[in-house]
Design a binder for this molecule. Structure first.
Ligand code: ZN
Length: 316
């Protein structure tokens, strides 16, 4: 249980990046450095050892310290599904495994198929602006069909996309925000009504479009994660954003998240404090807060958990 204005409350975090050794090794290669460890002094971050068990343990210690029940761990570069799958399989009551897929790559469908049968993976993360595709592109249909058939959650990053570590390392961010409009999700969410789609950061600057599409499609959820810096585009604050989202969607389709990622910072407790304070001041009761801070996430993942329980022994 985490301490909140309502007292002790179960808290799940729908958005945490799992920066594995594999992730740092790939980043070091981009930066033409000799090995992942060389990034430590450049970023001032801890570089984890080359086994995801150690990093998973570090997160567990952090979660216990902060009173966090469960985290969605996101493998943040394509090809890193094994790291979160190992962490989630070893700790099925604490972690949900999400992985980044670049659907423009030739092996995307194969990767998706393997993931769908992997009990350590629960959701797939798509970054249309980063990998330059539209979520409504027909090439994605077989991938989405697999996620639908296997009850996986689909996370679609919309709106502004900036990657802090790329900036810090001077790597540039050759993204294309024309692919970032939440409205692109409209035909897709209608075509796949079983899929629970999650749009992080309230649409990251495209709040109106995120709310519009979520209003029209009951299978679209918004995560509340990060500092929501995009609010500055419209002179908004957390209270206004929460008010608009709750007035329109109710408390059932918001998922609390922090966007935590690296150590030594660890779990970003200030986000919980800011968001719980805003919601408390808006008059939410403990029951409503419980939906946003833990139960909505459990609800959207429960179809996947049921399916995993029924997966054949080979996948266990
Ligand atoms: Zn994130």
């Amino acid at each position: 249980m985490a301490q909140t204005p309502w007292g002790d409350l179960p808290v799940n975090d729908a958005h945490v990046h799992f920066f594995s050794h594999h992730f740092f090794a790939a980043l070091a290669q981009l930066k033409k450095l000799d090995g992942a460890e060389a990034l430590g002094p450049l970023l001032n971050w801890d570089i984890p050892a080359n086994n995801s068990t150690g990093l998973a343990k570090q997160w567990l210690v952090e979660m216990d310290r902060r009173g966090v029940q469960r985290l969605c761990l996101i493998a943040s570069i394509p090809g890193d599904e094994a790291s979160v799958a190992a962490a989630a399989s070893a700790n099925p009551n604490r972690f949900f495994g999400y992985f980044t897929l670049d659907p423009t790559q030739a092996d995307a469908l194969e990767r998706m198929r393997a993931a769908a049968n992997n009990p350590g993976l629960h959701g797939v993360c798509l970054f249309p602006a980063m990998h330059k595709f539209s979520i409504a592109d027909e090439r994605l249909a077989p991938i989405l069909q697999l996620t639908s058939d296997h009850n996986m959650v689909v996370f679609v990053h919309c709106g502004a996309l900036s990657v802090g570590f790329r900036k810090k390392l001077g790597l540039g961010s050759p993204f294309d925000l024309r692919f970032s409009n939440p409205l692109d999700l409209h035909p897709v969410a209608l075509q796949f009504p079983q899929i629970r789609f999650v749009v992080p950061h309230f649409g990251a600057g495209l709040l109106r479009e995120a709310l519009m599409v979520a209003d029209l499609c009951p299978n679209i959820y918004l995560d509340t994660s990060s500092s929501n810096h995009w609010m500055a585009y419209e002179g908004l604050n957390l209270r206004t954003v929460f008010t608009r989202a709750i007035d329109l969607l109710g408390v059932d389709r918001l998922l609390f998240g922090t966007d935590s990622s690296f150590f030594p910072r660890g779990w970003h407790a200030a986000i919980l404090e800011q968001q719980s304070t805003a919601l408390y001041e808006l008059g939410l009761d403990q029951e409503q807060a419980g939906q946003i801070f833990s139960r909505n996430l459990e609800r959207i993942l429960s179809p996947r958990l049921s399916l995993i329980r029924d997966l054949p022994a080979l996948a266990r």
